[in-house]
Design a protein. Sequence first.
Lengths: 178, 182
Amino acid sequence: MTRLLPLIIFLIMVGFLAWGLQRDPSRIDSPLIDQAAPAFSLPVLGSDTTFTSADMLGKPWVLNVFASWCGPCIAEHPVLTDLAEQQNAPVVALNYKDRSADAVAWLARYGDPFYVVAEDQAGSVGIDWGVYGVPETFVIDAEGNVRYKHIGPLSDEDMKNTVMPLLQSLSSQELSSL
Amino acid sequence: MNLRSSWLINNPVTQTLIVKVGLVSLVSLVLMGGGTGFSQHAMAAGSKLVNFDTPAQEILYEELLEEYRCLKCQNQNLADSNAALAGDLRDEIRDQVQSGASRSEIDDYLVARYGDFVLYKPQLKASTLVLWFGPFLLLLISGWYALKIVKGHRELIAAPTTPTDDDSVAKARSLLNDQSDR
């Protein structure tokens, strides 16, 4: 048994390396998963009103962090538009460290499928949500807990394999708890 | 290796040169490493001039900036990074230090938002026990295993190799007698 010890240790280390080398270090796990979504209150783009995240309680929703200066945001916009138009989950946009005029122009150009666009010009709400790049997308359940964070642009596969099933299970959970 | 290159290596002049270059590199590396200690008053990349109430706060601020990872440019700390997020976090940390927050409070603030990866020095908790103590454990196991091998070798060397039971002695004698008949 002890003769095999070096081999066993080596195999354990190979296991760890194999697991570690398959992970992308730029995708950092969010500590917010299954925690309460950080509450915030921000001005709405192009309006005098204020959006409060607590208003979204009672129904699963999606938060998409975007900016007019962000290239990949353009790539994921059709996917988000699909999500917003076809499904029941409202998609709230967080306009991150942007200028109002630029954001308005961007939305006019690419379309505005969002439930509401909240302006986080200082980026402080972004810090609370652990945003470190753009775009990022969060799925929040009806109780206000973050259930999923997607880093980078959303693709159709991500939508089909992860986000849609999650939203469906969250909606049916909400229905069954009525 | 041909004759010419082995002459080069074995030449005492070359050898002294290699040693001298090695020493100079080592010394300058050490000095550069120590040099970060001299940069207490160096400005963080792109930051505004910051005034603190006490020198202790200023020192804390400078130290903290070097201990947090910039998550955007992940190989830089907050002191060095020019990313917008790094600037925002520097401002946030500055505000917290000015209002009297302690190092552990600011650590917790950042870890709650960005996870353990934001700290260059991971906190000691259940999930990081393997990270902190794993190498020492591995060293102990390897050391124990090495000792076992060495002990085994020693026993092997110390053990008598000459067989002393009667059958073997008789056989040896008969073989020797056969030999001496030639």
